[in-house]
Write a new protein. Structure first.
Length: 376
C-alpha cells in the first residue's frame, strides 16, 4: 500500500515569496478623499487622544474632544525627556495633579465657590433680628433667597424637636440617673442646632456686606503659647495663672499639652493628649479641603489643689467635628459650625482614709459658630 505526499517545488516557493514581497507596502486607508498612513490613523484614534466619532456624524454638544496632530504625537514619541501631562476637558470630574506644583487641586466640595455673591440689603438685616431671632430664615426670605430660608426653618424645627424629645422624657422619668445621660445629650443637641440656626440666620443677611474669609492653606507644625490668665472663682482665693500651651501637628495626628500654674497658692492644672483626624484634610494641608473635618480626641488631666487638700485626675474622650457652611449655600461662605460630644471620668484623691465613692463621670458637649479670617 503506497503513501501520497504533497508536491511542492522550489519554483512554487519562490513565486509565493516574491508575490508577498511585491504585495507588501505602506498600509494606507482612504478618509474623506485623502489617503492616510497607518500611523496617521493611529494618531487620530482615541488611544492617542483623538476622536473615534465618524466624520459624517455630528459630535455631541459639549463633548469638546481634543485631537492631537500627528506631527506633534510623532515628536512626543521620538523625543527623549518627560512627556507632557494630558489635559482634561472642563466636563471631566475629579482632581487634576500638576507635575511640578506637587499639589492636588481642591476636591469638588466647594459647591458654591463659583456662585455669584448676593447683594447686601438693609431690610433683611432688620427682619433677621425682629422677628428673625424667633423665626429663623425670615431674613433670607425677605432677601429673596427662598432655598436658604427653607433650610434655616428646617434646622430650627429640628432643634426644637430634639429639645422636646429630651425634656419631655426627663420630666416624665423624674431625671432618673439611668436615663439622664442620653436624654441630656439629646436636649443639648437640640439647643445647639437651634442656636446655630439663629446665628446662621444673622450671618446669611450680613455676609454680603464683606468679602468672606478662606480656609488657610496650612497650619504650622509647631505652636507654643506663653501668657497670663485671670480666673475668678468664688470658692477660691487664687486668681492669677501662668498659661503654657504647645501643639504639634503630624499629618493626621495632633498632639496637645497645656499647663496652668498659680504661683501664689501652688494650684496646678496639666492637660495632655492627642487627636486623630478621621475625615477631612489634615491640618498641615488644610487648603486641600473646605475646612470640614471629624476628629477623635483623648486627653488626660491632673489638677492639684494644695490649699483645699485634694488632687483630681482623670481622662476624657470625645468626637469633634467642623462643617463648612458654604456647602449649605453661597450666603454662608467663609463660616462654619462645629460641635463635639464625649465622656469624662474624674477621680478625687484626699489625704487619709476616704470611704466615699470619689469616681465621677461627666457628659462633655460643645457647639459654636465661627468664621474664617484672612484670605488663605
Amino acid at each position: 500500500m503506497g503513501y501520497g505526499r504533497p508536491v511542492w517545488s522550489t519554483r512554487a516557493t519562490f513565486a509565493v515569496v516574491l508575490g508577498l514581497v511585491l504585495a507588501s507596502g505602506g498600509a494606507r486607508a482612504q478618509d474623506g478623499g485623502d489617503w492616510l498612513t497607518a500611523f496617521e490613523l493611529l494618531a487620530s484614534g482615541p488611544e492617542l487622544g483623538g476622536s473615534d466619532i465618524p466624520r459624517d456624524v455630528p459630535p455631541r454638544r459639549g463633548a469638546g474632544a481634543s485631537v492631537v496632530p500627528p506631527e506633534v504625537m510623532a515628536r512626543v514619541l521620538t523625543e527623549e525627556g518627560p512627556r507632557p501631562v494630558p489635559t482634561a476637558s472642563a466636563a471631566e470630574s475629579g482632581p487634576v495633579v500638576g507635575p511640578e506644583a506637587g499639589r492636588v487641586s481642591p476636591p469638588r466640595v466647594r459647591l458654591t465657590e463659583g456662585a455669584p455673591r448676593p447683594p447686601f440689603k438693609v431690610l433683611p438685616v432688620a427682619v433677621a433680628v425682629v422677628p428673625g431671632l424667633v423665626l429663623h430664615g425670615l431674613g433670607a426670605w425677605t432677601a429673596g433667597d427662598a432655598a436658604t430660608a427653607r433650610g434655616l426653618f428646617a434646622a430650627e424645627a429640628i432643634g426644637l424637636g430634639l429639645i422636646g424629645a429630651g425634656l419631655v422624657p426627663i420630666a416624665l422619668t423624674g431625671a432618673s440617673r439611668k436615663t439622664i445621660g442620653p436624654l441630656y445629650a439629646v436636649t443639648l443637641t437640640g439647643a445647639g442646632v437651634f442656636s446655630l440656626s439663629m446665628l446662621a440666620n444673622l450671618y446669611a443677611v450680613t455676609s454680603p456686606a464683606f468679602d468672606p474669609g478662606q480656609v488657610p492653606d496650612t497650619l504650622p507644625p509647631l505652636e507654643f503659647d506663653l501668657g497670663y490668665q485671670y480666673v475668678y472663682d468664688a470658692t477660691a482665693e487664687y486668681r492669677n495663672f501662668f498659661a503654657l500651651d504647645a501643639v504639634a501637628r503630624l499629618s493626621a495626628v495632633r498632639l496637645e499639652a497645656s499647663a496652668r500654674l498659680a504661683p501664689d497658692e501652688g494650684n496646678t492644672l496639666i492637660r495632655a493628649g492627642a487627636a486623630y483626624r478621621l475625615w477631612g484634610a489634615p491640618e498641615r494641608t488644610l487648603g486641600l479641603g473646605d475646612g470640614t473635618s471629624l476628629d477623635v480626641e483623648g486627653f488626660a488631666t491632673y489638677h492639684r489643689y494644695p490649699t483645699e487638700g485634694f488632687t483630681m485626675g482623670g481622662g476624657e474622650v470625645a468626637l469633634k467635628g467642623r462643617y463648612a457652611m458654604a456647602r449649605f449655600g453661597p450666603r454662608f461662605s467663609g463660616s462654619f459650625v462645629e460641635g463635639g460630644v464625649g465622656l469624662s471620668f474624674q477621680g478625687y484623691s484626699y489625704p487619709g482614709r476616704v470611704s466615699d465613692d470619689n469616681l465621677y463621670g461627666q457628659l462633655l458637649y460643645t457647639f459654636g459658630y465661627g468664621v474664617w479670617l484672612g484670605r488663605g
